[in-house]
Design a protein around this ligand. Structure first.
Ligand SMILES: [Zn+2]
Length: 496
């Protein structure tokens, strides 16, 4: 059995005693994994589509808006999709994929049976259409994750969703799925049964979808409604609820709420002797989705103690950034994964500081000598993850310490992020670091954040970071990781 990953990863295990995973790595799965996969079907009947409690989209108030109604038929072996899109109320000259690489998946396109030109993944229409239906067919040549003999597949919507071009200013979208018997779908979009109503960002930023036989559950934590699709038999529903509820609550404790009202998780098994959670990745197209690969042998205590879920969720406090600026988002998430887990009692304060110090040392020893912005832009090619993540975490620590010092403890990095977050909200496509740094500077009232960011981005040396171990900063370190138990309180309720 083989898993294959495609797409930009938000997180690799770059921390302690773990492996840095190359992009597109294939994971061989042993016979135990096979055994787990064969149990997937057991969970299917437990919950049909109606269990999920994503919000219902309100009826459109204007009949003059453009509309695009998709019917997506998934093939029996999950090898691809046949799509019919019926467009109305907008002038459309082509249908285009979300990314260039997705264009290779296009197999053919037709209008009323006539073959259409599909050069470079674009479906060119014979004349500008105002109202018509177009058929096209895609193949899932490179699914994000697939167990070869399994009953489910994780695939980006980029592999089957082509958008109208030019894209209408206002578009009502519905997507209805036709699936093989006893199969279901899970996506992070508002839906009613098997009809989904994604917002426009679903046409511009990737996300995860699951098709096939899998278990699902819905609950809430920290005021956020959570849908989970679980491939494999473990962790149990109860353990997933406990693990993810605590991770969501810990992440929410950086502010006074979690930065999203709805969350979608996909949990898939990945056998590993050392790590409870082997891999994590967040996507934002049309809604927030987090993919986590967890070891079926991990106990719930090990899952709770692991940092990956808190890291991925922490990304949602910030907007997605361009690749040259990702040292900031990865750095802040890396810093928060340690600080929030100490504040919420998942690890001791001492362990958090030991891990931060060791991470900085690892970052200092690695990399290619480029300036940090360049290192960040190239890291998927060079593998300089330690350097990028930990230099970014050093920036987060320095900003946090300096904010606390200059405000006598009134202002912190967590508070600045929480108060600035409304600027970008649920932004799904990348923005420049300037947007983020300026918002943090204004929210904190401190004058140094933008300058500090520019200094880090331009530096080819790993930053000097006395805050992590100098006796002078012992008191502020204790403040940073002091317990915040009330903010970390659990309020998880099952919705069924
Ligand atoms: Zn990350």
């Amino acid at each position: 059995m083989t898993y294959r990953y495609v797409g930009e990863t938000q997180m690799f295990r770059t921390n302690f005693n773990t492996k840095t995973l190359p992009l597109w790595r294939k994971y061989p799965i042993g016979s135990q994994g096979l055994h787990v996969m064969n149990q997937w079907r057991v969970g299917v009947l437990l919950c049909l589509l109606g269990c999920a409690h994503a919000p219902e989209r309100p009826a459109p108030t204007q009949s003059t808006r453009a509309s695009a109604h998709y019917t997506v038929t998934i093939s029996d072996n999950f090898g691809g999709a046949k799509v019919r899109v019926c467009l109305e109320g907008a002038t459309v000259r082509a249908l285009v994929p979300i990314g260039d690489s997705a264009g290779h998946e296009l197999h053919g396109a037709w209008i009323q049976g006539d073959t259409l030109d599909i050069s470079r993944g674009r479906i060119r229409l014979p004349q500008s259409l105002h109202a018509s239906c177009v058929d096209y067919e895609t193949r899932f040549g490179t699914p994000m994750l697939r167990a070869n003999d399994s009953a489910a597949i994780i695939v980006s919507q980029a592999q089957w969703l082509w958008r109208p071009d030019p894209f209408p200013r206002e578009l009502d979208t519905s997507i209805r799925f036709v699936l093989p018997a006893d199969q279901q779908v899970s996506l992070p979009w508002p839906h009613s049964d098997a009809v989904y109503f994604p917002d426009d960002s679903a046409f511009f930023a990737g996300t995860f979808g699951v098709f096939g036989s899998f278990d699902r559950q819905a609950f809430s934590a920290a005021g956020t409604s959570i849908d989970v699709a679980r491939l494999g038999a473990r962790p149990s529903d109860e353990h997933i609820r406990r693990w993810l509820s605590r991770a969501v609550q810990a992440t929410a404790s950086a502010g006074d709420r979690f930065p999203r009202k709805h969350l979608h998780f996909i949990i898939a098994p990945q056998q590993d002797q050392e790590m409870a959670v082997v891999f994590g990745m967040v996507r934002r197209g049309g809604g927030s989705s987090v993919l986590l690969l967890s070891s079926p042998d991990a106990t719930v205590e090990q899952l709770e103690a692991d940092w990956v879920a808190v890291h991925e969720l922490s990304h949602l406090w910030l907007p997605p950034l361009y690749s040259k600026d990702r040292w900031i988002s990865e750095g802040v998430a890396t810093y928060l994964q340690e600080v929030l887990r100490a504040r919420c009692g998942f690890q001791t304060s001492e362990r958090a500081w030991t891990r931060l110090q060791a991470g900085f040392e690892r970052g200092r020893r690695s990399g290619t000598g480029r300036r940090l912005a360049s290192e960040s832009r190239n890291m998927n090619r060079t593998g300089a993850y330690h350097r990028v993540y930990w230099a970014g975490a050093a920036f987060a620590l320095e900003a946090d310490v300096r904010l606390r010092k200059s405000s006598k403890g009134e202002m912190t990095l967590l508070r600045a992020i929480s108060e600035a977050q409304h600027i970008w909200g649920a932004q799904a496509v990348p923005v420049g670091a300037a947007v983020l740094l300026r918002a943090l500077q204004e929210a904190s009232g401190a004058g140094f954040i933008e300058e500090l960011g520019a200094k880090y981005a331009a530096s080819s040396d790993f930053p000097s970071i006395p805050y992590v171990d100098s006796p002078e900063y012992q008191q502020v370190r204790a403040q940073i990781t002091s317990r915040a138990e009330r903010a970390c309180g659990i309020n998880a309720e099952s919705s069924r």
